[in-house]
Design a protein around this ligand. Structure first.
Ligand code: MN
Length: 422
C-alpha cells in the first residue's frame, strides 16, 4: 500500500514577493509527481497553509488545484499544523474539509489525554497529531497520553504528527538549523509509537530528515518543505543541494509486511538558489548580474552576505542587489554578516548560532522570565509576540485580521494568567 508523504507547503507565504506563487505551484507539482507514480493517497503532515497571510487569490487557486486532483482520483489526508488554523479553528483547511474535498484527521483534548480518531483512506488507517499551542502534543506523546481510538493491529496504521521530534539521521537537526527545537522522547514513548505504527509521517521541520534518497525500517521521517516560508528555508535549499548533494523532495512510502520502505522523489520545485559574499563594491553589480543570469529555474533566488560592514555600505550593497534583481524578477536577501559556519561544516561539532532571531528572542525571554521569577513557558510569550506582529495578507480586510489577532491574544493571555495562578 503506497502513499505520498509531504508537509509544510505553506501556501500564502512570501506575500508581496516574487515567490508568492512558488508554494502553490509546488502543490501542483506534488500532485503531478503522485499521479506519475500512480499513487492516489496524499498525506500532508501539517502547514499546508500559512493562514494569517493567505489571500483570496491563493485560496481560490488552491481550491481549483485540489478539486482537479480529486477528479484525477487523489485522496488527501491532512493533519493541521501550527499555521493552518486560526484560534477559532477557522481557516481554509476547515472549508476544504466541510465541502468534502479533503480528509482532515481529528484529535480531541479531553481529560489530560489526546484522543485521535482513525481515518480510513484507500485501505490505510491514519491517526493525526496536530501542532498544538505551546507544543503540548510533545507532552502527550512523552507521557503516553495519546489514545488511538478503535485501533486494530491487523491493519496498516500510519501516525501523522506535526511536531519537532528527534529523528535519527546521522545529522543533528539543531546543527542544521538552530531555529528548531527538537525533543527526544524516551525509549518507552518511541517504542509505544513503533508498536502501533509502521510509519511516523512527520511535519514541522522544513529540512528533509533523514536526507537520504532511500531508507527503510521502523521509520519516522520529515519530508521537509518543498519551498519553505522564509529566507532561512531558501538558504537550506542551497545547503541541501551544494553540501549534501540532494534536493527538496516528497516521500513515496510503501508499507511492506513488516517494514516501511521510503523513497525520496526529489525536485527543484522551480527554485534556483545562489549564495554570494561581497568583498568590496568594485565589480559588485556585474557579479550580482552574473549570478542572476546563471540561474535557469523560474524562481531565481540570490542570497548575499555583506560581511560585517557599516550600515551605509550595507544600504549601498542592498540597493545594487535590489536594482539587479528587479531586472531578472528575482528574489533576494541581503544579510549583514559572514555566512553561517555551521552550514559549511554541517557534520562537525559546533555550538548553536545566536544569529538566529528566534533563538535570540527565546534566550532574552527566558532571561527576563527568570529575572522576574515568572513561571511561564517562553514559547507562550513568543506566541504572543508573533501574534501581535501578524501581517495583513493580500486581499484581506484589516478589521478581520485585527479581530482574529485580538481573539488569539486574549486566548494567550488567558493561558498566561492560568500559569501565573499555579
Ligand atoms: Mn511549517
Amino acid at each position: 500500500m503506497d502513499f505520498i508523504h509531504t508537509a509544510d507547503i505553506h501556501i500564502g507565504a512570501f506575500p508581496h514577493s516574487v515567490l508568492r506563487r512558488a508554494n502553490i505551484e509546488a502543490l501542483s507539482k506534488i500532485i503531478e509527481l503522485a499521479l506519475s507514480e500512480n499513487v492516489k493517497t496524499l498525506v500532508i503532515a501539517g502547514d499546508l497553509f500559512e493562514t494569517p497571510r493567505l489571500g483570496h487569490e491563493a485560496t481560490l487557486n488552491v481550491i481549483k488545484i485540489i478539486k482537479n486532483a480529486v477528479r484525477e482520483g487523489i485522496r488527501f489526508v491532512i493533519t493541521p499544523g501550527s499555521h493552518d488554523l486560526t484560534a477559532k479553528g477557522h481557516g481554509v483547511l476547515t472549508i476544504l474539509k466541510e465541502v468534502g474535498l479533503v480528509n482532515v484527521t481529528e484529535a480531541i483534548e479531553e481529560k489530560y489525554k489526546l484522543h485521535l480518531k482513525p481515518l480510513e483512506v484507500n485501505g490505510l488507517v491514519f491517526y493525526g497529531i496536530p501542532g498544538l499551542r505551546g507544543e503540548r502534543e510533545v507532552e502527550y506523546l512523552e507521557k503516553r497520553k495519546v489514545v488511538y481510538e478503535n485501533y486494530s493491529e491487523n491493519r496498516d496504521n500510519v501516525l501523522i504528527a506535526h511536531t519537532g521530534l528527534y529523528v535519527y539521521s546521522g545529522l543533528e537537526i539543531s546543527k542544521i538549523s538552530p531555529k528548531y527545537r527538537v525533543i527526544k522522547l524516551s525509549e518507552e514513548a518511541y517504542s509505544s509509537i513503533h508498536k502501533h505504527f509502521k510509519y511516523l509521517a512527520l511535519g514541522h521541520i522544513h529540512f528533509p530528515i533523514p536526507h537520504h534518497e532511500f531508507f527503510e525500517g521502523k521509520v519516522a521521517a520529515y519530508p521537509g518543505a518543498p519551498i519553505g516560508r522564509d529566507a532561512n528555508d531558501i538558504y537550506e535549499t542551497y545547503i541541501l543541494r551544494t553540501k549534501l548533494g540532494t534536493n527538496r523532495r516528497i516521500l513515496l512510502v510503501n508499507l511492506g509486511l513488516r517494514n516501511a520502505k521510503v523513497r525520496a522523489l526529489t525536485d527543484n520545485f522551480g527554485v534556483d538558489v545562489r549564495v554570494m559574499e561581497v568583498h568590496g563594491m568594485e565589480g559588485l553589480a556585474e557579479e550580482v548580474r552574473k549570478n542572476l543570469k546563471d540561474m535557469s529555474e523560474k524562481y531565481r533566488c540570490l542570497i548575499v552576505y555583506t560581511g560585517k560592514v557599516g550600515l551605509e555600505e550595507y544600504s549601498r550593497i542592498r540597493k545594487i542587489v535590489d536594482d539587479e534583481s528587479k531586472k531578472f524578477n528575482a528574489w533576494f536577501h541581503v544579510i549583514r554578516r559572514e555566512p553561517q559556519e555551521e552550514y559549511i561544516t554541517l557534520l562537525e561539532e559546533f555550538r548553536s548560532d545566536l544569529s538566529n532571531i528566534e533563538e535570540l528572542e527565546r534566550e532574552a525571554i527566558e532571561k527576563a522570565l527568570e529575572k522576574f521569577g515568572l513561571k511561564i513557558p517562553p514559547t507562550t510569550i513568543m506566541d504572543l509576540i508573533s501574534t501581535l506582529g501578524r501581517e495583513y495578507g493580500e486581499g484581506m480586510r484589516k478589521v478581520d485580521v485585527n479581530e482574529e489577532v485580538t481573539d488569539e491574544v486574549l486566548k494567550i493571555l488567558e493561558q498566561i494568567f492560568e500559569e501565573l495562578k499555579k
